[in-house]
Design a protein around this ligand. Sequence first.
Ligand code: NAD
Length: 288
Amino acid sequence: MKTVAVLGAGIMGAGIAQVAAQGGYKVILRDLQMGIVKDGLNTIKKSLEKMVEQGVISTTQKKQTLERIQGCTDLSIVRDADLVIEAVVENIAVKKQIFAELDHLCPAHTILATNTSSLSITEIAASTRRKDQVLGMHFFKPVTSMRLVELIKGMDTSNDTINKAREFVRNLGKEEILVQRESPGFVVNRILVPYLNEAIFALGEGVAGKEDIDMAMRLGAGMPMGPLEMADIIGLDTLYSVTLTFYNEFRDPKYRPHNLFSTMIRAGYLGRKSGKGFYNYKEPKNQS
Ligand code: NAD
C-alpha cells in the first residue's frame, strides 16, 4: 500500500490523515467543502508544530509529513488509493451511499475501511460488490496519541484484508486487536460503557458520593481517572446514546441507563463541553 484516502476531515479524519502521513503514506484528505478540508489541514499543521516544539519530530519531518497530504473535495480522486478510510458522520445511510460510490470508483485491489464506532460493518459492506475487502478500522481519540486500533471483521471480510490492514496499522506505530465477530461497541466500548454506566448506578443509588466513586477506581483499581470524570470528558450525550444502543441491540436490561443519567441528559448536563456534568466546569470545554 502506498496511497491512503481519508474521507471526512473532522476530528477523527484529520488525526487519521496525520498518522498515515507520518507513517510514510501518501494521503488524500477529502471532505465536502474546501473550507472544512483546510480546517482539517490546519489542525494537522498545529499538531505537528506542537510535536516539533516538544522535540518529538524535526522541522524536516514536519515538512515532509505535510507534503504527503493532499486535500480535496473531489471523490473521484480515490481511484489512486490502495486503502480508503471513511471517517464521515455516524449515519448508516450516508456511509452506505459512500461505500457504493467507492466500489465504483476504486480499483479492484482497494481495501475499504470504516472508522464507525457503532454501525454494522456487514451492513456497510453489503452496499459494495467487494464485501471481502471491507472492514472496520476503529481509531481512538486523540488519534495521534492513542495507540490502539480495533480491526473488525464483517461477515465476509477476508483474512487477506485483515492482514493488509494489520500491516498498515503497524506501519503507523500503532497496535491492533482483531474483533473476530462484529458486535455493538466492539471490545473497548463493550467493556468501558457498562463500567461507566455502573458507576452512575452506584451514584444514583447513593452507594457513595461522586468524588469517592472516582477516587475508589483511581486508587483501588489503578484507573488513570475516575469513571464519572471520564464520562464528563467523553460527553454524557454520546455516552447515553451508546448505552441506549447497547440496550436496544442486546435487549438486555443490564445495559439500561439509570434514571439519574436520563434526567441529567434532559437537563442539558452534557459534561465538560456544556460546562456541567457530574462536576462543574468554569468554561465549557471542547473534547478535542
Ligand atoms: P466529525 O463531525 O468531526 O467529522 C465528520 C466529517 O465528515 C465532517 O467534516 C463532515 O463535513 C464530513 N462529511 C459528512 N458527510 C460527508 C461525505 N459524504 N463525504 C465526505 N465527508 C463528509 O466526526 P468525527 O468525530 O471525526 O467522527 C467521524 C467518524 O469516526 C464517525 O463515524 C464516528 O462515529 C467515528 N469515531 C469517532 C470518535 C470520536 O471520539 N469522535 C472515535 C472513534 C470513531
